[in-house]
Design a binder for this molecule. Structure first.
Ligand SMILES: [Ca+2]
Ligand SMILES: [Ca+2]
Length: 218
């Protein structure tokens, strides 16, 4: 039994560690020009993370408890007492004046989108609450989604999916996405959930079967 415990305890530790690092939360998959960054960038200030054909997405603070109501730029009110996840969408083309670069795609989260920040005031005002301490933000500099003109953008929410259509030349576009943290549901010993959790569970189950020899007759 001592040997079995020696294997099981690291497995439990791994599950706890995966949960703490956010494997059980946030971005499920992206499409189009969107690229998910597993490691958050050091800076999303204009000029620091440029690409003319990729839009970067990364997780910001996760499981942030709201002690007061939160009003988002798309006129949603997230009530006090809710815990939320935050993510940033960042588009900064290697731009030149008068040449508009266009990109589009979707980000699919594992929890419903509760609201967006797309204005300078909204983004600046939530940097301290949701931004990462290891990432530099362009607080106080233009980064909003334009509503009119050649650089006008759209960001559309459909449940847990965000669809964007962004246009920029020398400027940048950013969106802060607030989502509901995902809670895995366990049914009959199987995880009924996202692909990553299923993979982790299959891996753990394989180890447990080996340790306990439950499949020795197979
Ligand atoms: Ca640029
Ligand atoms: Ca724009």
């Amino acid at each position: 039994m001592k040997k079995r415990l020696g294997v099981i305890l690291p497995v439990i530790a791994l599950v706890v560690a995966l949960g703490a690092t956010g494997v059980f939360a946030a971005v499920k998959y992206v499409t189009g020009d969107m690229v998910f960054l597993y490691s958050p960038p050091a800076s999303v200030v204009a000029g620091a993370l440029e690409s003319s054909d990729e839009v970067y997405v990364f997780n910001e603070k996760q499981n942030v408890f709201l002690s007061s109501d939160l009003l988002t730029d798309d006129s949603k009110t997230i009530p006090a007492g809710t815990s939320v996840n935050s993510h940033l969408v960042h588009f900064d083309p290697v731009g030149v004046a008068n040449v508009v670069i266009s990109v589009s795609g979707t980000v699919n989260f594992d929890g419903d989108i509760l609201g967006l920040y797309t204005t300078n005031d909204g983004l600046d005002g939530t940097d301290a609450t949701f931004g990462l301490t290891g990432t530099a933000y362009p607080t106080g500099s233009p980064r909003f989604l334009e509503v009119t003109g050649v650089n006008a953008d759209t960001a559309t929410v459909d449940g847990s999916k965000l669809a964007v259509d962004l246009h920029a030349n020398t400027g940048i576009d950013q969106i802060r996405v607030i989502t509901r943290p995902h809670t895995p549901t366990w049914v009959g010993g199987e995880v009924q959930s996202v692909d990553k959790i299923e993979l982790v569970w299959q891996w753990i189950k394989g180890i447990l079967l080996q340790v306990f020899g439950l499949n020795s007759s197979a």
